[in-house]
Ligand binder design. Structure first.
Ligand code: GTP
Ligand code: SPV
Ligand code: MN
Length: 592
């Protein structure tokens, strides 16, 4: 037990509350990981994969398959400070409800204490957390996703501050009671709660992903975004990528797309444009701070990928496929007869027989997905073959380009550039996307997801917009350029208009040429678009009418979109910055 008074007090208090049978302080070693995995295999919770070294398949309870936005709370003393886009319950009330749930919730189980750091310990941007959990699955995932262990404990002993993260699957065991493979609580007892003014996280009832791996969305986005606003930096739902031109020039790109809208794929892009190369720095979260030279520097606070499995293949994302050679935790993927995992579109043809994510026999004629649409892999970042040698650089990398985007089958062009920072912030603030399986609920419904942070902003979204404007003011002419993309346009038959994946490098190259002032752009009501000849499409077999459609600005459709944008912005009331209201008026004026 470490000699950090606040930490030992907190752990003792939580142990009295949750009443576990045992307490285990995690040291982050491979031995610890192996022991927990062996135990979970013996208990029938994990299936070791014959075909992949040190890799395991887990199947969750069918009710516990994704983040649960309805059960996620930002609990600030005043409802106003959580804003209209967050669920809110007063801290005292929420704590009273949750204390009743936590009481005795770890009976029959082990309480694991996980000291972890978000970011490399040497980085001035790094922050420390301590997660308490009763799920060994969560411990093993945290080993991969964060930096766990004694080094962090030493930092805590030296007095480092930490974010306390309490987690329980909410399924105590009576003496002699047999456990289930994936314990979790019923929906109405699930709570993913944040107390931003105390830098505190309490999660109860779910064992899945962002609900349970508290370093990720809960800490590195919701709590960190609130810290970042107070301290003048940024915590964003963004991948980080280094693109290298044939001349050897480096461009650093950070892109915010909503969940399951292409961050991991873009982060690991294999450019199809001859001579261009790319290195991955992060695939989900960026922490950014203004450096001594006035530019914006980004680090990736994570050390693993918690990636969407379906759709990942050697055709679409070879780097991800090669990352997954071993040391991987798979959740809700299908199992092949020879002891490997499979998911939809992994190979051109499905295997003739599988065990699906619910443990049932599956053959292609079943017509159901073999893996859950939100099936995921947890894999060490360091295993990515295109990881940048600078991915753990303490000071981060200087960002040149921000990209926003989403999944829009119609209307939104392939790419356009913002006229200026304020316009770029307006594009982020009005970002829209069709919903995916990453969050529990209906797939395909269009919604506004500002900066891809709708489920992740730990304070009032109107204040968050103001923070973006203020960061732009501080960055001045060193601010990154801002672009908007849509890889997901479809034709009336439902086929993709744009090939996507590696071919997206053609769009990125245009952005780099814009940054260098080497290429012009067409002024349109919505922003600056490339002319068809500005995109390098050599070697791409695409009908010219597709390109015309991808670069068309449908003024009538955009006019029809205005009332929705107005309604969206109106919900922020007097916390909507006037500068964004002016951007809306300017857009209306340009649309005529
Ligand atoms: P989170 O981990 O939930 O934050 O998701 P993400 O933003 O990292 O999304 P990811 O890269 O995992 O992509 C999600 C799905 O979109 C996968 O099935 C991908 O195959 C698919 N996808 C990604 N990029 C493209 C693209 O350029 N075109 C098309 N058509 N599909 C894409
Ligand atoms: C997302 O939904 O944006 C994810 C997956 O990255 S989870 O960690 O479950 O939130
Ligand atoms: Mn994400």
């Amino acid at each position: 037990m470490p000699s950090n008074y606040r930490l030992t007090q907190w752990v003792q208090e939580m142990a009295r509350l949750c009443q576990p049978d045992r307490i285990h302080w995690c040291d982050g070693t491979k031995e610890e990981y192996d022991r927990l995995m062996a135990q979970m295999v013996a208990e029938g919770r994990a299936i070791p994969l014959q075909k992949r070294p040190n890799s395991f398949l887990f199947r969750s309870h069918p009710s516990d398959v994704a983040r649960m936005e309805d059960r996620t709370f930002i609990s600030t003393p005043s409802k106003d400070d959580a804003g209209p886009t967050n669920n809110w319950v007063a801290p005292d009330e929420l704590k009273a409800i949750m204390l009743r749930l936590y009481e005795g919730c770890m009976r029959g189980r082990t309480m694991y204490i996980i000291p972890f750091s978000m970011g490399p310990l040497e980085s001035p941007m790094t922050k420390i957390g301590v997660q308490i959990t009763d799920s060994p699955y969560v411990v093993c995932n945290m080993h991969i996703m964060t930096r766990v262990g004694t080094k962090v404990l030493r930092a805590l002993e030296a007095g480092a501050d930490f974010v306390p993260c309490l987690h329980s699957v909410g399924t105590p065991l009576a003496p002699g009671q047999e456990d289930v493979p994936w314990p979790c609580a019923p929906m109405e007892q699930k709570y993913i709660s944040h107390f931003p003014e105390e830098n505190l996280i309490w999660s109860y009832g779910s064992g899945y992903g962002g609900n349970a791996l508290l370093g990720k969305k809960c800490f590195a986005l919701r709590i960190a975004s609130a810290m970042a606003r107070r301290e003048g930096w940024m915590a964003e739902h963004m991948l980080i990528l280094r693109l290298i031109s044939p001349e050897g020039h480096q461009y650093h790109i950070a892109a915010a797309f909503p969940s399951a809208c292409g961050k991991t794929n873009l982060a690991m892009i294999r450019p199809t444009l001859p001579g261009w190369r790319a290195e991955c720095l992060g695939d989900d979260i960026a922490w950014m701070k203004i450096g001594p030279d006035g530019r914006l520097y980004a680090i990736n606070p994570e050390s693993g990928f918690f990636g969407v499995a379906p759709g990942t293949s050697y055709r679409t994302n070879p780097a991800a496929m090669d990352t997954l050679w071993g040391n991987v935790i798979f959740t809700n993927c299908a199992l092949t007869d020879d002891g490997d995992v499979w998911w939809d579109r992994m190979t051109p043809e499905p295997p003739p027989h599988l065990i699906d994510w619910e443990g049932q026999d599956w053959t292609p004629d079943r017509g159901t997905p073999a893996a859950h649409p939100n099936a995921r892999f947890t894999a060490p970042t360091a295993q990515c073959p295109v990881i940048s040698p600078d991915w753990e650089k303490p000071e981060g990398v200087p960002i040149d380009i921000f990209i926003f985007g989403g999944r829009r089958a119609t209307m939104v062009p392939l790419v356009y550039e913002a006229y200026n920072w304020d316009h770029g912030v307006f594009l982020g603030a009005t970002q829209s996307s069709e919903k995916t399986a990453a969050t529990f609920g209906t797939v395909g419904v269009l919604r506004r997801d500002p900066f891809a942070m709708l489920p992740f902003c730990g304070y009032h979204m109107g204040d968050y917009f103001a923070h973006w404007l203020q960061m732009g003011d501080r960055l001045g002419d060193k601010a990154p350029r801002i672009f908007y993309v849509n890889w997901f346009r479809k034709d009336p038959e439902g086929r993709w208009l744009w090939p996507g994946y590696g071919e997206n490098s053609r769009v990125l190259a245009w952005m780099c040429a814009r940054v260098d002032g080497k290429v012009g752009a067409v002024e349109t009501p919505i922003g600056l678009l490339p002319r068809p000849e500005d995109l390098d499409l050599r070697g791409l077999d695409m009908p010219p009418e597709n390109l015309r459609e991808l670069l068309r600005v449908d003024v009538d459709a955009w006019r029809a979109e205005i009332p929705d944008i107005e309604r969206h912005l109106a919900q922020f009331g007097d916390r909507l910055p006037q500068r964004l209201r002016e951007q809306l008026w300017q857009l209306q004026a340009r649309l005529g």
